[in-house]
Ligand binder design. Structure first.
Ligand SMILES: Cc1ncc(COP(=O)(O)O)c(C=O)c1O
Length: 409
């Protein structure tokens, strides 16, 4: 049996201090979030607002990562490294609980791109088949299908991107309308990185299942940002990255493949540890040869950190920050919001344009240099704008500062 007390996280002074502080502050008020902010190594003066790209790992997570890395490097013998197998399984158990699935349904990848591409290349598609994608998907869940289609000969049907649609029902109808008799895969995004559209994934995966279509959900922007119950969503596969909203170590990812569907996926990489007997569940998709064991072991702290706050509270906080920001920005007549303000249609990501500003890249640089604000920018096109994606380490005050900087821009 793998016991959670195998290496007690509480043994780390950082962990015990964090756990005690959380326990002593039950209210999720500004004081509490200020405590959370102190758990991150973000430099003084930086207003980091690019969670949709990469999040900092918290100090307790860094501490765990460093601990395991030093342990590994101090004694890379098989004897010492034997601990990492059980540790990886312990992480799998924590991750499975986090996403509401079983340990047999999770594989550890290096990121969302790799997890999604495992599905793209692993499903046995042929000429005449069709894959439905959404134009808003990230290239790893969009160009990957197009590229593979060239080799295999299946066709792609792309649903147009729809940032400002009136309801989740309309959004669902748009995607459902694209599913046809030849459709074998529906490749969705849970929350888009461009403007934060929340897709009605549970309804869409149900529609796909009724038609015998594989549903894949890219969860790079939902894992760690909102409560994700994969059983409720009902997808066949789901991918996410540790280094985004989960605030875990860089270059780690999670791939979920539902147990009944694993037999339909070919592994992209086969190396030591690979087994065809089906007994290892989704583990056959993570046999890449030597892995960074320390990083995978540190993933446990990633989930523990979020669980300590509570995922419902994390999502509520992100929504509080983005709602506050959108309210402030919409008081400014020069700002055009590209993000839908309805809570059921967006989460975590705010895209705001200042059409009078000729080059947003220049403004983006100025905001970083003069105000210490770090964003992502889309310089042209229908979703032109500055992307603001706050997380639990940001404050309402920082949202006010962004609105003020936009007012002066
Ligand atoms: C929606 C979405 N999918 C996939 C990715 C790729 O994530 P990674 O670079 O961690 O593979 C991103 C990155 O921004 C993303 O926003």
């Amino acid at each position: 049996m793998l016991r959670r007390s195998f290496i007690p996280l509480g043994a780390s002074p950082l962990w015990s201090a964090f756990a005690q502080t959380v326990a002593a502050n039950p209210a999720r008020d500004e004081k509490f979030w200020a405590i959370i902010r102190k758990q991150f190594p973000l430099r003084e003066g930086l207003i980091y607002l690019n969670a949709a790209n990469v999040c900092p790992a918290s100090l307790p997570v860094l501490d765990r990562h460093q601990h395991f890395l030093r342990d590994f490097e101090a004694d890379p013998s098989f004897q010492n490294r034997a601990k990492f197998g059980p540790l990886r399984e312990r992480v799998r158990a924590v991750a499975a609980k986090f996403f509401g699935v079983t340990t047999e349904e999770l594989a550890f990848t290096r990121n969302t791109s790799e997890a999604t591409n495992t599905i793209v290349h692993g499903l046995q598609l042929k000429a005449g088949d069709e894959v439905v994608i959404v134009d808003d998907n990230h290239p790893s869940n969009n160009d990957s299908w197009k590229n593979h289609a060239k080799r295999v000969g299946f066709t792609i049907r792309a649903v147009p991107a729809t940032q400002l649609i009136e309801s989740p029902e309309k959004l669902a109808e748009l995607v459902e309308g694209a599913l046809g008799p030849k459709t074998k895969v529906l490749a969705l995004t849970h929350v888009t990185s461009s403007t934060g559209v929340v897709y009605p994934v549970a309804r869409l995966c149900r529609a796909a299942k009724e038609k015998g279509i594989w549903s894949h959900v890219d969860g790079a922007q939902s894992g760690g940002m909102m409560l994700v119950d994969l059983r409720r969503i009902g997808c066949d596969s789901y991918s996410t990255s540790s280094h985004k909203w989960l605030m875990g170590p860089l270059e780690a990812g999670v791939l979920f493949v539902s147990s009944g569907q694993q037999k339909n996926v070919w592994p992209s990489i086969v190396s030591v540890g690979y087994s065809e007997d089906g007994k290892g569940g989704a583990r056959f998709l993570e046999a890449y040869g030597q892995r960074d064991d320390a990083r995978l072991a540190a993933l446990e702290a990633t989930f523990d950190f979020l669980n300590m706050i509570g995922m419902e509270q994390v999502e509520a906080r992100v929504r509080q920050l983005t709602t506050h920001l959108m309210n402030k920005l919409s008081e400014n007549p020069r700002v055009t919001l590209r993000t839908n303000r309805a809570p059921e249609l967006s989460c975590g990501v705010v895209k705001a344009d200042l059409p009078q500003v000729a080059d947003l890249r220049v403004l983006d640089q100025t905001l970083y240099k003069d105000h210490g604000m770090a964003f992502s920018v889309t310089p042209a096109g229908p979703i032109r704008g500055i992307r603001i994606s706050p997380h639990v380490y940001n404050s309402l005050e920082q949202m006010d500062a962004v609105a003020e900087a936009f007012r002066k821009a």
